[in-house]
Design a protein around this ligand. Structure first.
Ligand SMILES: *Cc1c(COP(=O)(O)O)cnc(C)c1O
Length: 232
């Protein structure tokens, strides 16, 4: 049987060791537990082991889990991150139930999230998803459009632009993984130099966490290394 508490311990220890190895400040990399297609039971185990930030990709599934955490009266302790593709008719529930969106790649979606974010809630934290591999089939904005979308987000009072996110195409070679992440890092730096106050680089998954931390990730999104294989 899979032991979530133990897996979390291993991932956190690994993360801390990589911060040291690459001269990152201790605690500068946040662990987002990606719980898409994982059971509520496993999530609850992660929660009991101290995990508070969870990433979900499918809205309906996420809403069901949020409801279960509400029933247990612990949902207010959880920070929900939406990391999946966003359909236009799903923005309201994302704006109402999540603290973060990592996968913004469209101005119309940004506009809707801004309008639909409840005014009593803190601003919705946003990362712009960049199509780092520049593949037409992948989601994310191409490099040339990142600046304009960032500027637009700055005009929306209920959104808080935090940084950039990417899912590079699958690479097993460590140097190539670093190369992709370095490209995102440079783009992030360029935006910061233009005056955007960005503090977040969301990059790195179970199989490329080391390369991402080496290149400056501030959030790693880890699923299967914590929860095991996904169901469905
Ligand atoms: C599924 C997913 C992850 C986690 O992937 P693992 O390989 O399970 O660590 C991270 N980011 C995004 C955007 C995902 O869809």
């Amino acid at each position: 049987m899979i032991n979530i508490e133990n897996n979390l311990k291993i991932v956190r220890a690994n993360l801390n060791a990589l911060e040291q190895k690459y001269h990152r400040k201790p605690g500068s990399v946040t662990l987002l537990a990606v719980s898409k297609q994982q059971s509520f039971t496993k999530m609850k185990q992660a929660f009991l082991a101290g995990q508070r930030a969870f990433g979900e990709s499918y809205l309906q599934e996420a809403l069901e889990k949020i409801q279960l955490f509400q029933q247990e009266k612990i949902n207010h302790e959880i920070e929900w991150h939406f990391i999946g593709g966003i359909q236009r008719n799903k923005t309201r529930q994302i704006a109402e139930h999540f603290a973060w969106v990592h996968s913004l790649d469209d101005a119309m979606i940004a506009k809707r999230l801004n309008e639909q974010r409840p005014t009593h809630a803190p601003r919705l934290s946003i990362c712009i998803q960049v199509n780092i591999s520049q593949e037409p089939t992948k989601s994310g904005v191409v490099f040339d459009e990142v600046f304009a979308l960032a500027e637009y987000c700055y005009t929306l009072p209920q959104l808080h632009l935090r940084g950039l996110m990417a899912v590079p195409s699958l690479q097993h070679d460590f140097a190539k993984q670093r190369e992709s992440f370095h490209t995102l890092f440079l783009l992030w730096q360029a935006l910061r130099e233009k005056g955007f106050a960005l503090d977040t680089l969301s990059m790195g998954m179970s199989d490329d966490m080391e390369a991402a931390i080496a290149e400056g990730a501030t959030i790693v999104r880890i699923g299967q290394a914590i929860f095991g294989e996904r169901i469905k």
